[in-house]
Design a protein around this ligand. Structure first.
Ligand SMILES: C[S@@+](CC[C@H](N)C(=O)[O-])C[C@H]1O[C@@H](n2cnc3c(N)ncnc32)[C@H](O)[C@@H]1O
Length: 292
């Protein structure tokens, strides 16, 4: 959770708002995830991100290497159930956990029609104990990047490992700053648009992502605007902090948690991750296996 007293970003004197780097006195130990910020997102998340589906096919194909439709998948950080819906449509059962009750409320409402095939729990990935094991676990759309410290990452990987059956797989994607090159100092860019049917207004999201000086973190400010013609009728400002973990650290922490077999992919089309030509990758995707 974001600590309520988390200090506001402290800009370096020479910085401007569009600077790619910022000085931030961030209490990493207290602010390992963004549950509170996602509470703000919940009502507009599907308007902005609901149509994204390029990752879902990949997760379905990965699940298919281990289980047949009817098998169970654990999705950590399931949010509003964007990916869960695709998995359910493909015939899988899904348990979705998330630390944000607001995000989960949308998932529960949206996926009600799937009955017992979808169950969910409000839980923190670092401490979850669901009392059952799964053949497949997934954490789509950069969920793991919310684990800001090694301790949080380690605890999360360990909890997931413990929730896998022997031979089970865990698949997740990430977009660390060293791969995204997003901290380019070019200022706000429009990243997503959608139409809010309830408010009957178009919505756009502009973002600015900056590296934190001296820490392996990026801070992204999302400005979500509801538009009436040229005017901004309402604006929501959301601050999300990501860990820009190095590949070496990621692999070391996975190994510590017990995952000895890890495959890397560079895109949801399944191409292997290219370590020598980073621009050939659109993502960093990891598929990890618990020993049989
Ligand atoms: C980028 S969203 C991804 C949502 C969904 N998986 C998707 O692909 O659209 C990340 C989700 O992770 C959740 N989250 C963040 N920190 C968490 C934690 N420590 N434990 C469980 N969920 C967490 C957030 O509340 C949010 O719903």
């Amino acid at each position: 959770m974001l600590a309520p007293s988390a200090p506001i970003a402290r800009m370096k004197e020479s910085s401007t708002v569009s600077s790619a780097r910022m000085d931030l006195d961030w209490p990493m130990s207290e602010s390992a995830s963004d549950g509170d910020e996602y509470a703000k997102y919940a009502d507009v998340y599907d308007v902005l991100f609901g149509e994204i589906s390029d990752d879902a096919g990949f997760y379905i194909r990965c699940a298919g290497t281990r289980i047949r439709p009817g098998g169970a998948i654990l999705e950590v950080g399931t949010g509003t159930g964007r990916v869960a819906e695709h998995l359910l449509r493909a015939g899988y059962k899904v348990t979705g956990i998330d630390s944000s009750g607001e995000m989960l409320a949308h998932a529960a409402r949206k996926l009600e029609g799937y009955g017992e095939a979808f169950d969910w729990a409000k839980a923190d990935i670092r401490t979850m104990g669901l009392g059952r094991k799964y053949p497949v676990a997934v954490a789509p759309y950069g969920m793991m990047a919310h684990m800001l410290t090694d301790d949080d990452r380690r605890a999360s990987f360990r909890r997931i490992y413990e929730h896998l059956e022997p031979g089970g797989i865990f698949v997740f994607d990430d977009m660390p700053g060293w791969l995204a090159g997003h901290a380019d100092g070019k200022g706000l860019t429009v990243r997503h648009t959608g139409f809010d049917k309830t408010a009957k207004m178009p919505v756009r999201m502009m973002s600015n992502c900056m590296e934190v000086v001296g820490k392996p973190l990026s801070v992204r400010y999302d400005f979500v605007d509801w538009l009436e013609g040229d005017k901004v009728a309402k604006r929501l400002v959301i601050r999300v902090v990501f860990r820009d973990i190095s590949l070496a650290d990621e692999l070391a922490l996975l190994k510590e948690a017990g995952f000895h077999e890890v495959d890397l992919f560079g895109d949801f089309d399944g191409r292997p991750f290219d370590r020598h030509n980073l621009s050939a990758n659109t993502r960093l995707i990891l598929r990890c296996r618990r020993a049989a």
